[in-house]
Every structure is written in structure tokens, then in C-alpha cells.
Design a protein around this ligand. Sequence first.
Ligand code: WT7
Length: 654
Amino acid sequence: MSNESLANLLKEERRFAPPAELAANANVTAEAYERAKADRLGFWAEQARRLSWETEPTEALDWSNPPFAKWFKDGRLNVAYNCVDRHVEAGLGDRVAIHFEGEPGDTRAITYADLRREVSKAANALIELGVQTGDRVAIYMPMIPETVVAMLACARIGAPHSLVFGGFSSDALATRIQDADARVVITADGGYRRGKPSALKPAVDEALTQPGTEKVRNVLVVRRTGEETAWTEGRDVWWHELVDRQSEEHTPQAFEAEHPLFILYTSGTTGKPKGILHTSGGYLTQAAYTHHAVFDLKPETDVYWCTADVGWVTGHSYIVYGPLANGATQVIYEGTPDTPHKGRWWEIVEKYKVTILYTAPTAIRTCMKWGDDIPAKFDLSSLRVLGSVGEPINPEAWVWYRHNIGGDRTPVVDTWWQTETGAIMISPLPGVTEAKPGSAQVPLPGISATVVDDEANEVPNGSGGYLVLTEPWPSMLRTIWGDDQRYLDTYWSRFQNRYFAGDGAKKDEDGDIWLLGRVDDVMLVSGHNISTTEVESALVSHPKVAEAAVVGATDPQTTQAICAFVILRGSAAEDEGLVEELRAHVAKHLGPIAKPKRILPVDELPKTRSGKIMRRLLRDVAENRDLGDVTTLTDSTVMTLIQSKLPGAASSED
Ligand code: WT7
């Protein structure tokens, strides 16, 4: 699409109605909102019946000790049984659960019957290693099927897992092992990334030399790359030696609905990581319901693909627990989108005839930068629903995604949620909602969210403030592992009886919700609150800008001054004139108060491995400070490059 037609599309503020056929056959219709509004707890009790319970719960919510919720507390179930065995028992054993695509091009098709065998063997192996119900297991793995098997094996025996993203350093791994007091670590020799084997086991070895990790008895190692691997006799065990010789029979035992399922440390762009605790019955209910509702999953015919890493909450809820509870067929891809070529994702969509794709705005913007011609070479006509998660998606990227990937047919669902919420909270429904590019729009049926001001008053339509959740929900975090006080302080103390999400948001004239980024990122300029997201969105709406990151830097005159870091599109030249043009462009879109004081063209932006911009580091640069903790950064050379460009920024200052 030409830039001009894109600009026109956006100018018209186009609304996209659900495709008629999808609407006519949608899993969830508008009536669900009414039903949930009339009886919220009854609605969730009904959703809990999607699961197979050994003992059915008689009560939905116990909120007698807020904010410590108990959902379905007298119900008992086994999460792994719900994700695997019951589908086999229903005669679906031959259905493919996972189409695995390794980065080097190796493939595996794993049916639900295969999955039951593998999960049972892995559960028996963990038991042989002495893992007991309640023990924590750390998982530090690449994107391979054994990772899913390991998670389900833990769930099956009631041993909470703690996944640590494979891109994290040994220090980050050690901290998480210590905090969760893990007894076993499951890892691999490595995985494939960017065309090469990338080792994982050395980071585990290094982490286990650190104090506080002594209680780790065993390291269970999957052989993926076959590279030479250092070995600690008596502690390290090969997966293929231990798991493969186990019995394929394991009878799952039911646990209480509130039995801990996993701990996941928030990726967070600031502060000490928080171990977010999720439990079983409520979590699985909402993961399964939202996957069914938001993606309109038809398990018999759909091929679903979530590109997230399983080490993030998106991977937990929308690769493992939601899709498998629903009996979905899905694709899991090990590697990076540009290996061996920039069309790899689209080649995979074509090959497996993927119908539902769930990815992140950062990936969409990267594809925009690489050019429309790349996806255009592949047959993407199987796609029928597209999803986005992780950050606000700017309208340009939303429209590009729907046009270039969705062929102008597919709804795009912009799903807002957090590690803490466990599952999707605010999102359009693909068969119901008239979509607005850039807005997550409405709380799902059974979810209560609103926007409030500093005094906790709900703001009228057309105004901004803080996003809060006003009623407990089934997949909510239960606490921060080992730190109830921090749970209270972080989420429940800013506003009384309301969960404070930490995000800024506004309601438009229709009452639809637009997310404006973390409140820590909101800038104060001459007495005005200005959202980094809005300035970034304005910059990206300029045809020469591919990506933008905006921060507020301390300024003696205006409290904070707006500093923007921009990545230009391929052919755009970097000169004084352009910087002025961009400043004027923002002023025209958002008003003179939002005009950036400085704009610095850069080649890359500092991002966490989950794709979030680390504004804290950019603030350090903008305020000429030494850089803080860079350990969660994808590529630390990025910051050196940005700093080396800084003198240029000073000269473009007024
Ligand atoms: C934060 C949570 C949810 C799984 C991945 C991230 C931001 C997430 C959206 C969205 C605007 C979004 C928020 C949120 N966020 N989705 N659709 N629109 N912002 O999980 O690492 O816990 O991050 O991501 O700021 O609070 P997470």
C-alpha cells in the first residue's frame, strides 16, 4: 500500500466491521456481555464447566479476604489432564496438538496421544528425581516441544514451574532459582537461533555456582543441538536417558483449584523482578475461555500460531494452557523471523495454512520496516483472525497488519493484559466488535475495567487517567511469591478496592479504552501530562519514521522535556531539515505542547527480549547519566551506539 493511501485510511478514522461470515458463526456473540453483566459470578461458573473437574466447584468466588481471591475453591482438577488426556479420551488422540518447526528446518507433528505419552513419561521421571507436589521446578529452555512437555509434567504432579526465558543471563536465572527455591532445573544443551546453535546449559552451570541455589538436586538436560556440553556427574541427567525409559502410564491426581500452577517473574522494565503466582482452576478457566472467545477458535479446523516465547506469560496462557485446554492444533517455531530469510514467518503460515496468528506490535513494525514485498510473496489466504499483544499497537501498524498480512479480510484483535492478569482482559471480539485501529476497546464479558483520575473518580468519556480493574477475575495473580505485602503495595494501595494496573489509558467518546503506556512513562511538560505512546504514535504516522521511542528528560524550565529517538525508514535521509519536519509533524497532530525538544535518529532501540522499549535506559542517555542495569537488554551494543550519537542531539536543541 502506498503511504498516501495508508494516510487516507487513517484520516477517515475507519472502522472495521466483523466479516459477516465470521460474525454469523462466532463462538461468542454480543449476548455474552449481557449475560455476564447480569450475573458475573454465574457467568464464570458457567465458563468453568468448559473444564473437566474431578470434583465440581459449588462456589465461584471467595472474596472474604480481599485482595486474596479464591476461585472455585472447593473444586478439584488436574490441569494437565484437562490439556491432554481428556482429548484423547474423547477420541481425538490422532489430532495434531503441535506442528513443530525447528529453525534449521527439522519438523515434528505431535498428536494429543503422543503428548499424553510424553507428558506421562516426563511426570514419572520427575517423580524418580524425587520431585514432590509443591516443589518448584525451574525451566530454562529453547522453543522446542519438550518445553511444553516439561511444563505439563510439572502441572500433572502439582509441582509449580518457574520458566526463565532462555535469552536471560545466568545472573537472572540464579536470582529466579533462589527466589522460588527450586529443586530441579530443566534445560537443554541449547537451541537454534539465527542459524547457529546457541548454548543454554553453561548459564545453568554458572547460575548453580551462586549462593542460594544449593538446593537444586538435579539438572535435567534435553539434547537439542548435540554440541559438546560440560557435565556434573550425579547432578546432571540427560532427558533421553531418564525420560525415555519411563512408563507411558501415569494416573493424574486431582488438586484443589487454588493449588499453585506456576510462578512467572515479570519481565518488567524497572525494579527487582516480582514472582507472579498463578493457581489452577480459575487460571485455566479464563485462559481457555478467552482463547475460545477472542480468537474464535474452531479446534476441528483452525491452525493456530502464537509467535511469543513460551518463557513469557503469553506463551504460558496462549501456547500451553489455553490452546491445549481447548484441543487446538498449533504451530511452534523455534527460531528468529529472519532465519534463513526475512519471509520465514510467512513461509510457515503458508506451509501449515495457519488460520489464527497472534504476535506483538514490535514484530509487526519490524516487518513493516523490512517491506511489504516480503509477505506479498507468500500465500497468506488461510488467515482469518489476527491478534496483537504486549504494547499499544499504533494505528499505522494495525492497518498495515490487517492489509499486508490479513489481506483486508481479517479482524485484528488488540488484546490488553499482563503477566499479573494471567489472561486477556480488554479486547475486541472478532465476531462482534466494530474495530478501531489502535484501541483495545472493551473489557471482555465477565471483566470489569475502567479509567479513573488521581482521586479514583471514574473519568467521563473523552478523558484520560489510570486503568483500573474493579472486580476480581478468575486468572488474577494470587500474590507475589513470598511477599504478600509487596502484592498489596504494588497493586492494591494506589486506589481503594481497585487493582491498579500501572497503565495510563483514556476513554474515547464512545467509551472505548485506549492504552497509553506505563504511567511511569507519562511525561510532565509545563504542567501537562503527555503520554509517550501518543507522541510515538504521532512520529510513526510520519512516512519517514519506522519506529519511535519517547522519554521525558529532566528540564529546568518545563519539568520534563520530550526527547524522541527515531528509526527512519530505509530510504529516508537523516538531516537537520528532517528533524524540524518531524517536530512540526508532532505539533500538528498533538498540539505545540507535545512538540519534542530533541529528536535523535538512531539505528536501533534498546528493547527487552519480550520486545518492550527500555525507556529507563533512554532516559539515562537523555539525562547524560551512566546506564543502569542492562542485563535484560537484547543487545547491549545498542546503547553504546546511541550514546555515541548523542552530541548530534544536543545541536538540534532549541
Ligand atoms: C504490560 C504487561 C500480556 C502479555 C505480554 C506482556 C502492556 C500489553 C497491551 C496492549 C497496550 C499493552 C501494558 C501492560 N501491554 N498488552 N494490547 N495494548 N499495552 O505482559 O510483560 O506483563 O506486560 O504490557 O503496559 O501493563 P507483561
